[in-house]
Design a protein around this ligand. Structure first.
Ligand code: NAP
Length: 267
């Protein structure tokens, strides 16, 4: 029997087959969850619907998370379709290209607000909208990145947004704890997706990561999907307010060396 058998899981933020949300969707399917998928704009429908079909999901709903009415509508539709929800995944972020290439001090007021609204407030708003239909023991999760706690060049306002997202995770976990609803974040290592392509210098960062992380390997959407299964399942029933790193150990290293230096020292 799958780890998520009988659980109703909604995943927000599927754009294409490279999306982290797709890795999560596939892993949830494998573990027997009933799936619902939400995507951002009409433009994506063409790409998202065939993916949903692949996993036998027929609840595919549009929701632009900057619109309160769309959030309210999607939660009502979910209530009609599923009754109650056990797993809610927020895999959404956005910052303008300008904000991810110029120095951080040049961030515009609008750029700052947009990044915070789409990448942070939407997590709070979705959790609040779905709260009336979340089952006790439900698991809510979001996706974050190490640029929240340390400087990742060019990540800029998105790093600041991820810090707020991780903090929101803790506050939401505190609020919902008495109802036995858990809220956690997965901090994934860099993965080549649409969103990542907007971050200046991403390609170099991606390569650096594979050279420097203790496991000397990049992270895949399958890796993140499997960790999401753990957080969604009852195996993690006493874990809440946490940031779970799925990053080949990258965040644990203070002084980074490629391994080549260590070899030459020993010789
Ligand atoms: P992705 O495939 O581009 O997913 C980002 C999603 O956010 C897209 O589906 C996007 O839809 C959606 N989105 C943007 N604005 C939205 C809005 N107003 N309403 C609803 N949805 C909106 O990229 P991803 O890398 O998988 O990103 C998923 C999450 O993982 C993000 O939180 C990201 O920060 C996080 N993460 C990524 C990495 C990485 O290296 N890739 C590492 C750690 C954490 P549109 O395409 O229509 O805008």
């Amino acid at each position: 029997m799958g780890l998520l058998e009988g659980k109703n899981a909604l995943i927000f933020g599927l754009a294409n087959e490279r999306s982290i949300a797709w890795g999560i969707t596939q892993a949830f399917k494998r573990e027997g969850a009933n799936l619902g998928i939400s995507y951002a704009g009409e433009m994506l429908e063409r790409r998202v619907k065939p993916l949903a079909e692949q996993v036998g999901c027929n609840w595919v709903e549009e929701c632009d998370v900057t619109k309160d009415d769309q959030i309210a509508a999607v939660s009502e539709k979910a209530a009609r379709q599923f009754g109650k929800i056990d797993v809610l995944v927020h895999s959404i972020a956005f910052a303008g290209r300008d904000e991810l290439s110029k120095p951080y001090h040049e961030t515009s007021r609008e750029g700052f607000k947009t990044a915070m609204d789409i990448s942070v407030f939407s997590f709070v708003a979705l959790t609040n909208a779905f709260l009336p239909i979340l089952n006790p023991n439900a698991s809510v999760m979001c996706l974050t990145y190490y640029g929240s706690v340390k400087v990742a060049p060019h990540y800029n306002v998105m790093g600041v947004a991820k810090a707020a997202l991780e903090s929101s995770t803790r506050y939401l976990a505190y609020d919902l704890g008495p109802q036995k609803i858990r809220v956690n974040a997965i901090s994934a290592g860099p993965i080549r997706t649409l969103a990542a392509a907007g971050v200046g210098g991403f390609r170099d960062m991606y390569k650096h990561f594979a050279d420097m992380s203790p496991m000397r390997e990049n992270v895949t959407i399958e890796d993140v999907g499997n960790s999401a299964v753990f957080l969604a399942s009852d195996l993690s029933r006493r874990i809440t307010g946490e940031v779970l790193y799925v990053d080949s150990g990258f965040n644990t290293v203070g002084v980074q060396m490629t391994g080549k230096e260590e070899k030459s020292e020993g010789q």
